[in-house]
Design a protein around this ligand. Structure first.
Ligand code: KPL
Length: 298
């Protein structure tokens, strides 16, 4: 079977990392840039250790007429809907859409907007951050899990991902992986953003460690009620391991708050609270954090 041609919507750190990985492994990868981008090719630079790898990737914008059969979405969570709507006229009817974004609820939103799209979700622990426009540092190798609820075996295009990306696995229970990440993000991201601290301080400062424990209890009870009992049970040790493993990190939400950018809190804590409401579970600590972060943004 012929390789799929991937279009990448969202040329941030993760989008650039995977666009270049696909390109280097022999797949076609095209960047979908904002209207007004006139270049037909743009450089994507990935630094890894003391290596620097530059690739010239083709570019399209919404004004072009190139049809899209496989779309990787790596925008900020709050941009997904509008960004996909902006290129909807280019999407094949049964276009494969792979969402590699933070937070939850977006696959459902896209499916409601465009019922014929073939939507997959993924999550990655690859560490990459931007040094400039389409210039990134690949700082830490991680694992990438891709799946679609109810699909035990991968579709043919997944072979390209296995070839392009180290430690990329098909996950027949992707909802588990997404919920595990959501639960961790609901704890580390808002607490680091509110207290202006690196991830490691959540384990080192006694007052913050207490807040982590209380928040873990609340998030666990929602995970359990939503059918993710294993995630709930392991949450304190998972969170402790992520805090220790990313001790020097400034969480993505802390960085957003510091740069006065919009945060993804509605798609992280906000999503968890929607589920809690549906299940009739009170979640006052999560609600207070959501309100605090929203308040800071205004
Ligand atoms: O995913 C993260 C984020 O910052 O968004 C964690 C795991 C908290 C690492 O910083």
């Amino acid at each position: 079977m012929q390789d799929a041609h991937w279009h990448v919507l969202g040329a941030g750190a993760i989008g650039c990392l995977f666009a270049q990985a696909l390109h280097r492994s022999g797949s076609s990868a095209t960047l979908v840039m904002r209207p007004g981008t006139h270049q037909r090719f743009l450089p994507v630079i990935v630094e890894r250790g003391d290596q620097r790898c530059e690739a010239q990737l083709p570019v399209i914008t919404a004004g072009d007429d190139e049809l899209i059969s496989h779309l990787l979405v790596t925008t900020k969570a709050y941009d997904v809907r509008a960004a996909v709507a902006g290129i909807a006229h280019l999407l094949n009817d049964d276009c494969v859409v792979l969402l590699l974004v933070n937070g939850m609820g977006l696959a459902e939103q896209l499916a409601a907007d465009w019922p014929r799209l073939d939507i997959y979700c993924g999550t990655t622990t690859e560490g990459a951050y931007a040094l400039g426009a389409r210039h990134i540092r690949h700082a830490g190798r991680g694992q990438t899990r891709i799946g679609k609820t109810g699909l035990a075996t991968p579709p043919p295009w997944f072979a390209q991902w296995s070839r392009a990306v180290d430690h990329c696995v098909w996950d027949g229970h992707i909802a588990n992986a997404l919920w595990a990440k959501l639960a961790v993000n609901c704890i580390i991201n808002p607490l680091t953003a509110v207290h202006g601290c690196r991830n490691g301080e959540l384990g080192q400062r006694r007052d913050l460690a207490e807040q982590v424990a209380l928040l873990c209890d609340e998030v666990s009870s929602i995970c359990r009620a939503a059918g993710f009992g294993d995630i709930a049970q392991q949450l304190p040790s998972t969170v402790a391991a992520v805090i220790a493993g990313t001790a020097d990190n400034r969480s993505s939400m802390l960085q957003d708050v510091e740069c006065e950018r919009r945060t993804e809190i509605e798609y992280i804590t906000g999503y968890l609270l929607e589920v809690a409401d549906q299940l009739g579970i009170a979640a006052p600590r999560n609600r207070a954090l959501l309100e605090e972060i929203q308040h800071r943004a205004h």
